[in-house]
Ligand binder design. Structure first.
Ligand code: GLU
Length: 419
């Protein structure tokens, strides 16, 4: 038992045990690699619009400090607790190491139902969260970014709040900012674009014609919507999407650019069409070539995994597949090509890294350069994962995580244990 114990943290622990066994990591080394280095819990009081005071609980977990600053998003969602945040921080570590970024993993969050607060209250909460975090973060200590329930505007408020306390503009304190405030071109699209790029690559390797291929996307936030758009632009028919309000299905392929405009204006896919409604519970098991879970963790359990009807499972969300489901996927690996989360959605943090580098240098790149470099890093990590899986005869997730864990471990071993 640790303070983090709970269903999501236990999942990160179970996954790590598989990797540690595979790499024959001695037992006395395992806690050093797995347990978060430090964590902060805060309470964020804000004035409600009606004059009352509301207090929200917030967290930030920094997993390891071995390779440089820590990096990871901040989520605003009702499900947030310290265990979930810790698990997400651990996954960030393996993800950053896998793609070769000089960061440890971090994650933060506030337990809040966004539908219950106004835009002004959201600004107060965002600013208070960052203000409480000042002793714990910094451009060379811990760099935040968006995650579920946060966006460019929230990042701009974070950056502004931090900067006001420093007495100067410190754009490099967070990534995922608006381009008008030190953000980089291509960051908004980066995660979804990376998902679509890797899915396209796998389809090509499987000799599946892109223009005859179909895709299903669960979640239509930043990741899901840009993944759907990318797949649509690559010629696939996106036949179903869902968000927290419901699901839409169209065998002929949904008009994704129009759906994105609708979601941008109305905040969700609700109201886009009266005819295309579909049962969200059936979405993940629809027959398709590419399935992109891009909503929540743990949506694919063993039962769903048995009934998946896709050729490629491209994990846009963090932790969408439970360890039990992984055992099923392992048996079905000739039928379903898994692109595991820490690779599949890593385009986001890769371009966050580019944003941080550009902010530190005050030298900004064209969007083509951002995307070209993003794809280069994703392709390199993909090749490493596939080779490792083949050589070691292990599933893709195990291979991807093994590469990440190994890099963190190597750095810890060469730096030694202080004092
Ligand atoms: N929240 C995103 C993730 O889980 C992005 C993190 C970042 O850009 O630092 O990968």
């Amino acid at each position: 038992m640790t303070v983090y114990s709970g269903p999501v943290f236990d999942m990160a622990v179970n996954q790590f045990a598989v990797i540690a066994d595979h790499l024959s990591i001695p037992h006395d080394e395992r806690d050093r690699l797995l347990l978060p280095k430090r964590a902060l819990t805060i309470s964020c009081p804000i004035h409600r619009d009606d004059g009352s005071i509301a207090v929200f609980e917030g967290y930030r977990v920094q997993h390891h400090l071995t390779l440089g600053p820590t990096k990871g998003g901040t989520r605003f969602a009702p499900s947030v607790d310290i265990g979930e945040v810790a698990a997400l921080a651990i996954w960030m570590s393996w993800k950053c190491a896998l793609v070769g970024l000089p960061y440890g993993g971090a994650k933060g969050g506030v337990r809040v139902d966004l539908s219950s607060i106004s835009k002004r209250e959201l600004e107060s909460l965002s600013r208070r969260y960052m203000q409480e975090m000042i002793p714990f973060v910094g451009p060379h200590i811990d760099v935040m970014a968006p995650d579920m329930g946060t966006n460019e505007q929230v990042m701009a408020w974070f950056m502004d709040t931090y900067s006001m306390y420093q007495g100067r503009t410190v754009t490099e304190i967070v990534t995922g900012k608006p381009v008008s405030s030190g953000g980089t071109l291509g960051r908004r699209e980066a995660t979804g674009r990376g998902v679509a790029h890797l899915a396209r690559r796998v389809l090509k390797e499987l000799a599946i014609d892109l223009t005859n291929a179909t895709a299903v996307v669960q979640g239509f936030g930043n990741v899901g919507s840009y993944a759907a758009l990318g797949l649509h632009q690559f010629g696939l028919k996106v036949i179903a999407v869902s968000d927290h309000t419901g699901a839409l299905h169209d065998k002929a392929g949904l008009d994704i650019p129009a759906l994105m405009r609708h979601a941008g204006e109305h905040g969700s896919i609700a109201g886009f069409s009266n005819e295309l409604h579909f049962d969200p519970a059936q979405l993940l098991t629809l027959a398709c070539d590419v399935l992109v879970p891009a909503a929540m963790e743990r949506v694919i359990d063993a039962n769903v995994a048995k009934n998946l009807n896709c050729r490629v499972l491209a994990e846009g969300a963090n932790g969408p597949t439970t360890p039990d489901a992984d055992l099923v996927l392992q048996k079905r690996q000739d039928e379903i090509f898994l692109i595991p989360d820490i690779l599949c959605n890593s385009g986001g943090v890769v371009v966050s890294y580019f944003e941080w580098v550009q902010d530190l240098q005050q030298l900004f790149w064209e969007e083509e350069e951002v995307t070209r470099r993003e794809y280069h890093i994703l392709d390199r990590a993909f090749d490493q994962m596939v080779t490792r899986a083949r050589v070691d005869k292990i599933p893709h997730r195990t291979a991807a995580m093994a590469i990440g864990v190994e890099k963190v471990r190597a750095a810890k071993i060469t730096r030694g244990l202080f004092p």
